[in-house]
Design a protein around this ligand. Structure first.
Ligand SMILES: Cc1ncc(COP(=O)(O)O)c(C=O)c1O
Length: 419
């Protein structure tokens, strides 16, 4: 255990003064400095895809570090960024790649591109449309697009208004689509931003590919830009490389981060259509896309991302993902009939369900107790209040996954008297 000057993210230090110090990681496992081994059942905040320290990715990082560590990316370029951009744009079908360094910045960039697209054409479209329960990051713009609540209440005076669509709960999808039609009818909306198929931090809430497709179609009809935030869903989490693939759609703007380097280094990319790029392409310098971060397209991070694409091309990643989705279906069956659980959600490699408690929601008192209980069982699971979810790296074995389900069942029994 450590305590010191570090201020940890999403951590109430008054209640959780000590962080677990991790010395090493390999595959699905973390190893603490005190020798404990912890199974990383949430891929270290949804970033690690193939497992910690995948050899191809680590080799690429070492090689690149020996050649070029960092260079300004305005007016300069380098092979790892060029190769990565070429392969991503070709694979995803959006021709322009803008680099940044986190999911939040990828989304900020997307929102700025959407606004710039309209303004540079002299068209007054400034409204952003977003989904109820959305989470797009922790910067001011991304918090504005995200749901309002305890996460961002202190910053509310700084957040801009968005048009909020009701979440497309199963059976209620028409309400969402009708609201989207209304929001786009007067031609003033700049863009709709969504997390495709599953909303992450908002509670692992799922909706159908048909609904995603219908939202994209309404946007197309009304010439509203469609932004897919695939920061969490990208790189296989939902069972396909991108969640958008399951709906057969290509958005105007697509945000990727987390799994882009296999979860090894911070990097993000915002992919954009030809028309988004062309709206910023001008001899008038005022139409420049004014955005950068110092570490934009860091060469080592780009090399890690190229290696990640090689893993996708040369290893049976899709088979692993399909296998995990199958195991999740099988193993979650027992919980579906267990009265302590409700609202089973399965989406590719992700499984989520709610523990029935009196005080539901992110601040449900059971949340920290579950977290501690799982740690005592050697598992990193970080429930969102009373919502327990499993989002494992793709190297997880059947036995390891089954161990997670055992602990979840036992936790429900353990806390049974109190729920
Ligand atoms: C859908 C989505 N968008 C954006 C973000 C923000 O990413 P980052 O934490 O890398 O800024 C997250 C993070 O969880 C996310 O799930």
């Amino acid at each position: 255990m450590t305590s010191g000057p570090v201020w940890h993210p999403f951590t109430q230090h008054a209640l959780q003064p000590d962080a677990i110090s991790i010395a090493r990681a390999a595959g699905a496992w973390l190893e603490a400095t005190d020798g404990r081994r912890i199974l990383d059942a949430i891929s270290s905040w949804w970033v690690v895809t193939h497992g910690h320290r995948h050899p191809r990715i680590i080799d690429a990082i070492k090689k690149q570090a020996d050649a070029l560590d960092q260079v300004i990316f305005a007016g300069f370029t380098h092979d790892p960024a060029e190769e990565l951009a070429a392969r991503l744009t070709q694979r995803i079908g959006l021709p322009h790649a803008f680099f940044s360094d986190s999911g939040s910045t990828a989304v900020e960039v997307a929102l700025k591109m959407a606004l710039g697209f309209w303004r540079n054409q002299g068209i007054n479209r400034t409204r952003i449309i977003a989904l109820e329960h959305a989470y797009h990051g922790d910067t001011i713009g991304t918090m504005s697009a995200g749901a309002r609540g305890i996460f961002n209440a202190p910053y509310d005076p700084l957040l801009f208004d968005v048009i909020r669509l009701p979440f497309p709960n199963r059976g209620d999808e028409d309400k969402t689509l009708t609201a989207l039609k209304a929001a786009t009818a007067d031609g003033r909306a700049a863009a709709l931003i969504v997390e495709p198929l599953i909303l992450g931090a908002g509670g692992m809430l799922t909706y159908a590919p048909e609904t995603l497709r219908a939202m994209a179609a309404i946007c197309q009809q009304s010439q509203t830009l469609f932004i897919a935030d695939e920061v969490m869903t990208g790189f296989g989490r939902t069972g396909t490389l991108l969640a958008c693939h399951q709906a057969g759609i290509t958005p105007d703007i697509l945000c990727l981060a987390k799994g882009i380097t296999g979860g090894s280094l911070p990097l993000a990319v915002t992919l954009a259509s030809t028309s988004i790029f062309e709206a910023h392409y001008s001899e008038d310098r005022r139409k420049t896309f004014f955005h950068s971060s110092s570490y934009t397209a860091n060469p080592i991070a780009c090399a890690a991302a190229v290696a990640n694409l090689n893993v996708w091309d040369q290893e049976p990643v899709q088979e692993r993902i399909t296998q995990i989705a199958q195991w999740q279906r099988e193993m979650s069956e027992g919980l579906q009939t267990n009265p302590r659980f409700s609202d089973m959600r399965l989406c590719g490699t992700i499984a989520a369900f709610d523990l029935r408690v009196a005080d539901e929601g992110y601040l449900a008192s059971i949340g920290p107790k579950l977290y501690d209980y799982f740690l005592s069982r050697g598992l990193l699971l970080r429930p969102l209040g009373n919502t327990i979810y499993i989002m494992p790296p793709y190297c997880i074995t059947r036995d390891e996954l089954s161990r997670i389900y055992d602990a979840i069942r036992d936790a429900a029994d353990h806390f049974g008297a109190r729920i």
